[in-house]
Design a protein around this ligand. Structure first.
Ligand code: NAD
Length: 276
């Protein structure tokens, strides 16, 4: 496949474009992930809270693709934070996936009021040292949360997976991550397919290149250096979303997209999101 890799700060390589499975029911996950693997995706982003690690694992097993060609990410849910609970939750995720390691394990949210993410990270360091997660990272961490990990623990997260799309471009977080050699991964890269994809700006750029608004947005992520994990359960869109390696946005296109930033989140603010 034509998907390039990003080399993470520990030398592990992640495909720059992968497939997200949030809100895909477990019974549909095997089919969706199977379609994605057939279309050329090799990176899959799931999470314990998505309750589709089983279906995801079934698709992986059925694909016949060798394990070292795949990049599988899962995440620790908030209620399982804390050292021992993390170790147990990780075992359960591996078991549901039917794998003996994941490529990337993420703390799903910092939940700072509970103040458990430093202890949680120390458990992540053990999982990593055991080779059961080839890389460990965080999700929804603000720079201040990452600063604490840098000050109080040993392993630098390889990635911060955050809400990021043309309406929430996250320049500060991206700059902070880049300065610490932490990759930035965009969740809801298409703005969840809501208003964003109706933008006339994106339609015009797409028209110019013979591409859809979704393809324009994904191309923008790739060109500014983000790792990106669009989701779809529709086979034609699954294929469309990986067909973004045969065109290039020019400076004028990039400037027009830069102007779409409104700073508005679709999801919760990580500083206050405490759902267990
Ligand atoms: P997304 O931005 O990928 O949008 C997906 C939606 O956009 C689809 O459901 C569909 O309605 C629409 N869509 C997809 N392809 C399209 C196309 N080609 N044309 C038109 N419409 C299209 O949203 P997402 O699922 O929220 O985010 C992607 C992935 O990011 C998730 O599946 C999950 O893996 C991850 N994620 C992580 C977190 C986190 O807290 N870490 C939170 C949300 C999502």
């Amino acid at each position: 496949s034509k998907v390039p890799f990003i080399t993470l700060n520990n030398g592990v390589r992640i495909p720059q474009l992968g497939f997200g499975v949030w809100q895909v029911p477990d019974e549909e996950a095997a089919a969706a992930v199977g379609t994605a693997l057939e279309a050329g995706y090799r990176s899959i982003d799931t999470a314990a809270i998505y309750e589709n690690e089983k279906g995801t694992g079934q698709a992986i097993a059925a694909s016949g693709i060798s394990r070292d060609e795949l990049f599988i990410t899962t995440k620790l849910w908030n209620s399982e934070q804390g050292h021992d609970a993390t170790l147990r939750a990780f075992d359960a995720s591996l078991d549901r996936l039917g794998l003996d390691y994941v490529d990337l394990y993420l703390i799903h949210w910092p939940t700072p009021a509970r103040d458990l993410y430093v202890d949680t990270w120390k458990a992540f360091e053990k999982i990593h040292a055991d080779g059961r997660a080839k890389a460990i990272g965080v999700s929804n961490f603000h720079p201040a949360h990452i600063e604490r990990l840098l000050a109080e623990t040993s392993v630098v997260p390889v990635i911060d997976q955050i809400e990021l799309h043309p309406q929430l471009q996250q320049s500060q977080a991206r700059a902070f991550n880049a300065a610490h050699d932490i990759a930035t991964e965009a969740w809801s890269p298409l703005g969840q397919g809501k208003g964003l994809l109706d933008s006339p700006v994106l339609a015009a750029i797409g028209h110019k290149h013979g591409k859809t608004p979704a393809q324009v947005v994904l191309r923008w992520h790739l060109q500014i250096g983000n790792v990106v994990i669009p989701k779809s359960v529709t086979p034609s869109r699954i294929k469309e979303n990986i067909d973004v390696f045969d065109f290039e946005l020019d400076a004028e296109d990039l400037a027009a997209i830069a102007a779409l930033d409104s700073g508005q989140r679709l999801g919760p603010d990580p500083d206050t999101f405490e759902v267990a």
